[in-house]
Ligand binder design. Structure first.
Ligand SMILES: Cc1cc2nc3c(=O)[nH]c(=O)nc-3n(C[C@H](O)[C@H](O)[C@H](O)COP(=O)(O)OP(=O)(O)OC[C@H]3O[C@@H](n4cnc5c(N)ncnc54)[C@H](O)[C@@H]3O)c2cc1C
Length: 429
């Protein structure tokens, strides 16, 4: 049988991981990226491989967002502008902010996180990816009793899905990380988590996948999927060319609306902007942070990445744009100063924004698209795109080449029946 030719559209972590597993399984793969590899949300994230976390849709989340509305220093920001389509999306999102939905989502996200972490270990070792990969977990840190107490619920949720998340007293945290200010209330330790430099991870993975035969074409924008009868047979490019393929994967993150609409798909993806600042490590006489932490009340990650510290976070629902709002950017360092004593005074060496692709039910979209055989979707990974990149790629590669995501049936933590991926179906909206 002739080798299957697969076109992967989008060179973020999702597209690249999918392309990697496809070439590893022997497929002929072309990855089409309109800009550079990692130019979307994937290179600038906080670098936490954070399995075991649930969806963004949590009870009370919208109420919290409304309370924060208009406050440019809040972790979650809704602009005070009337935008009917955003509000329709938010109403839909709100309908999933229930305990029942969190439990249902964890039935999928829990096992996928376990497999995803194992795949990271395997991939980094097998391909010798030099990306600062540390299998040391990370910490959520809280300064208020309410924050610390609320975190216990997250811990119990994770325990129910086989994670060894641990509660840590403030004094222990301060001993482990002397740069934390006095008065730290407590935190959680996520031992199954790992960290890496996501930009280096993508560069290294692209190298490894190319070595295995992946053809990467950058500066190539896809306009539309080409359909023949009920089959996807390639893509039209914006320069007028056509690239033929036996299967097409759309992994275009928050930028997917026009491509999806042209293919007749309803993908209700909302871009959720996040920021980062990379600060040079400046010795303040008290040493430099060595642990990866998430400052709990402010939702800001602090990840040491070699000679710099990445502060990353905030969630802004302001549409498809890359505008940097200075107040929101400076909110990262402002937040970090609440937790850390003597945060570096060095000039930021990189100010960045990226758009997380978020679905109304907070779950990724994964699998064959309705209506066109051979078209597959991998999108909507929100806050967990790095974490779920390898597992998404592996399952999708199996779906495309073997007709079903076989590894989903072999995750010990999911029980004998394996994990049911129907909650992620592209036609669920
Ligand atoms: C501040 C911040 C911190 C984060 N921290 C973490 C973290 O610690 N851990 C974690 O797991 N996740 C984290 N995330 C989330 C994670 O970064 C995203 O979920 C993930 O990057 C999404 O990957 P993607 O491949 O779907 O999209 P993207 O990375 O956006 O990739 C999509 C690609 O498609 C390309 N493209 C779009 N349209 C076309 C077209 N028509 N033709 C060709 N190419 C096209 C784009 O140029 C882009 O390169 C964070 C996100 C942010 C913003």
């Amino acid at each position: 049988m002739a080798e299957k030719r697969v076109l992967v559209v989008g060179g973020g972590v999702i597209g690249l991981c999918t392309a990697y597993y496809l070439v590893k399984a022997g497929a002929n793969v072309i990855l089409l990226e309109r800009d550079e590899i990692g130019s979307g949300a994937s290179s600038g994230n906080a670098g936490a491989v954070a399995p075991g976390h649930g969806p963004m849709t949590r009870p009370g989340r919208i109420f919290q967002a409304l309370k924060w509305m208009g406050d440019p220093t809040s972790p979650l920001y809704l602009p005070l502008k009337w935008n009917p389509s955003l509000w329709r999306w938010l109403i839909r999102f709100n309908s999933f902010c229930t305990e029942k939905h969190v439990q249902r989502s964890m039935e999928v996200l829990g096992p996928l996180g376990h497999l995803g972490r194992r795949l990271f270990d395997e991939m980094v070792e097998e391909e010798e990816l030099s990306c600062g990969y540390k299998q040391e977990g990370y910490y959520d840190v809280f300064r208020t009793p309410e924050g610390f107490q609320g975190a216990q619920e997250e811990m119990h949720l994770q325990h129910r899905h086989g994670y060894d998340t641990r509660s840590v007293a403030g004094s222990e945290l301060q001993e482990l990380e002397p740069t934390l200010k006095m008065g730290t209330e407590g935190g959680l330790f996520f031992p199954e988590a790992a960290t890496l430099d996501p930009g280096r991870f993508l560069t290294e993975l692209a190298r490894a996948a190319s070595h295995r035969g992946l053809e990467i074409r950058t500066g190539i924008e896809v306009r539309e999927v080409v359909g023949k009868g009920h089959r996807a047979v390639g893509v039209y490019l914006t320069n007028g060319d056509v690239v033929d393929g036996d299967a097409v994967v759309l992994a275009t993150g928050a930028y997917s609306l026009s491509l999806a609409e042209a293919a007749g798909l309803d993908l209700p993806i909302e871009p959720a902007k996040g920021y980062h600042q990379d600060l040079p490590m400046v010795d303040q006489g008290i040493g430099q942070p060595s642990l990866t932490m998430m400052f709990g009340e402010r939702y800001v990650f602090c990840t040491p990445m070699g000679d710099f510290l990445r502060l990353a976070g905030t969630l802004e629902l302001s549409g498809l744009n890359h505008d940097i709002v200075p107040d929101r950017l400076h909110n990262l360092t402002g937040s970090a100063r609440r937790y850390l004593a003597g945060l570096g005074v060095g000039e930021s060496r990189d100010d960045w924004v990226g758009l997380r692709p978020v679905t109304p039910d907070g779950l990724p979209i994964l699998g064959p698209a309705p209506g066109l055989d051979g078209l597959f979707i991998a999108n909507g990974h929100a806050m967990l795109g790095l974490t779920l990149g390898p597992v998404t790629g592996k399952l999708l590669a199996e779906w495309i080449l073997e007709g079903r995501p076989n590894s989903a049936g072999q995750i010990p933590e999911a029980g004998a029946a394996g994990v049911d991926l129907s909650a992620l179906r592209p036609d669920r909206f």
